[in-house]
Every structure is written in C-alpha cells, then in structure tokens.
Write a protein that binds this ligand. Structure first.
Ligand code: PEP
Length: 264
C-alpha cells in the first residue's frame, strides 16, 4: 500500500477569507503527520491563499480543480497549468465527474489536460467512474478502463510526473451512497492491472484514491481495503472539524503496530 492520501475537493465553496480561516483552524489542530499526505483542491482563486497558509509543510499539498489544455491565450475564464503552478499548485484534478457530466468534458479533453499538466510540472489526478445506468448495465469496468486509457494517452513520460488516479463512481458523488469497501477494492484492482499494462511495475507507485460520499464513518473501511490508497472527499471536507476527523483516520498499519507493541 502506498502512503495514504487524503484529498479535499472544495468544489465552488470557500473564498479566500473562508479558506484562510479554515486553514488556520485545520493547521492548529493537525500537526505534521509523516504517515499520510493531505491535498487541498480549493477554488482557483484560493490556491495562493491555501498555499501561503500551508507554509511549506511537506505533508500537505495544494492542487487545482481544473486547468485548460492550452498553455496560454484567449480563453477567458480559464486557467492554465502554468498559472496554477505559479499560484502554488503541484497537483491538478482532471476529468472530475462534474467536469465530465455538468460541463461536457470529453475523454479527449481529459487527455489534453493531463498532457498540459505534465508540461506545467503538475501531477494530474485523473478521475474516472461510471454512471448509475452504466453500473446497472454491467459496464463499470469498460467505462473506467476507457477513461483511464484515454486520459493518460497523451502523457509523454508517465513515470516522471507521477500521476494519480481517483475512482469516483458518479452515483456515489454527493449522494450519500458509497461503494462498499469490497466494490471499491475490486474496481481499484482493475485499475491497478491496467496501470501495470501501461507502465509495468511502476504501477504500484501510482496512488489510486476512492471518492464518493466518504466521511469519517466509512473512511476506515475504505482505507483498509486492498488497492485503495487514499480518499477524495467533497462535501465532508468543507467543514474543518469533519475534515480533521477524516484525516485522523487510524490506519491499519498504525493499529497493527500498536497491537504489536502492547503484545496482543
Ligand atoms: C468529489 O467531489 O470528488 C466527491 C467525492 O464529493 P462527495 O464526497 O461530496 O461525494
């Protein structure tokens, strides 16, 4: 298992003043942890604010929720990978289900955005996941593999930019319905096998996160499931208290070490 990652997707919530207040509360209550990494995906206008509050802590990264596939130009309202990076981002979400299904982003566009991230030196976190009707039609694997292959198809050097993947079944996002740990793990296994086909043994180092109505109650089971390397959290990451209880999830390795120390 990779070092687990807890990622917060704030979507279109928290402007700079709220983001600053959130981060002050969070950082006061969350000292540096060496066994996990936190990533914040705030709105673009707050990347710099969040990065400034993080103040170089190596266990916390800041990411962008989206970038354009071109590096610059007449694209009003968009930000490029370079702009996101300059603001403090080191990671970027690509192909989030809201980008795909609310804004109509295609597989080809996700591929171009991953390539733009690579050019800008950002790690793309490619989001994949099936809709409810696709799941019910038994097409989960087909959809996820199509999105995965397409999304990474234009990367020049996949290992150099160390991408991440988030499996987010669309029916679980913001609905309160979560995949069971077994279901998530099964799809993560399929993703891992495909990553192996793309990059060989290096696939083990690519974190595959689960997202979809994760909260402090279901995070422990999801994080202890095989091939689940972290969680991507929307709604439950918006309140500092709720987010702190998620990022403090006790990990299987931690529990096992305590049991060993106490001779159980
Ligand atoms: C998300 O937006 O990536 C997400 C997983 O949202 P939620 O946790 O609210 O389902």
């Amino acid at each position: 298992m990779n070092h687990p990652i807890f990622a917060a997707n704030w979507k279109m919530n928290h402007g700079p003043s709220e983001a600053r207040a959130f981060m002050k509360t969070f950082l006061t209550q969350y000292p540096r942890h060496y066994d996990r990494t936190i990533i914040f995906f705030p709105p673009a206008a707050c990347i710099e604010t969040v990065d400034r509050e993080v103040d170089g802590r190596s266990d916390i990264l800041v990411g962008a929720q989206n970038i354009h596939w071109e590096d610059q130009g007449a694209f009003t309202g968009e930000i490029s990978g370079q702009i996101a990076r300059d603001a403090g981002a080191t990671v970027v979400l690509v192909g989030h289900s809201e980008r795909r299904h609310v804004f109509g982003e295609t597989d080809e566009e996700t591929a171009r955005k991953c390539a733009a991230a690579e050019r800008a030196g950002l790690r793309p976190m490619l989001c994949v996941g099936e809709k409810l009707e696709e799941r019910e039609a038994g097409k989960t694997e087909e959809v996820v593999l199509r999105q995965l292959r397409a999304g990474f198809s234009r990367l020049a050097q996949m290992d150099a930019f160390n991408p991440l993947v988030a499996y987010e079944p669309v029916w679980a996002i913001g609905t309160g319905r979560t995949a069971t740990a077994d279901d998530a793990s099964a799809t993560h296994g399929v993703i891992r096998e495909e990553l192996k086909a793309i990059v060989g043994d290096r696939a083990r180092a690519i974190p595959v996160l689960y997202g979809g109505s994760v909260n402090a109650g279901n995070a422990p089971a999801l994080l202890s499931a095989p091939d689940v390397d972290g969680v991507l959290v929307g709604g439950a990451s918006l309140d500092a208290g709720s987010w702190i209880s998620i990022v403090r999830t006790r990990l299987t390795a931690e529990i096992a070490a305590e049991e060993l120390a106490s001779g159980e």
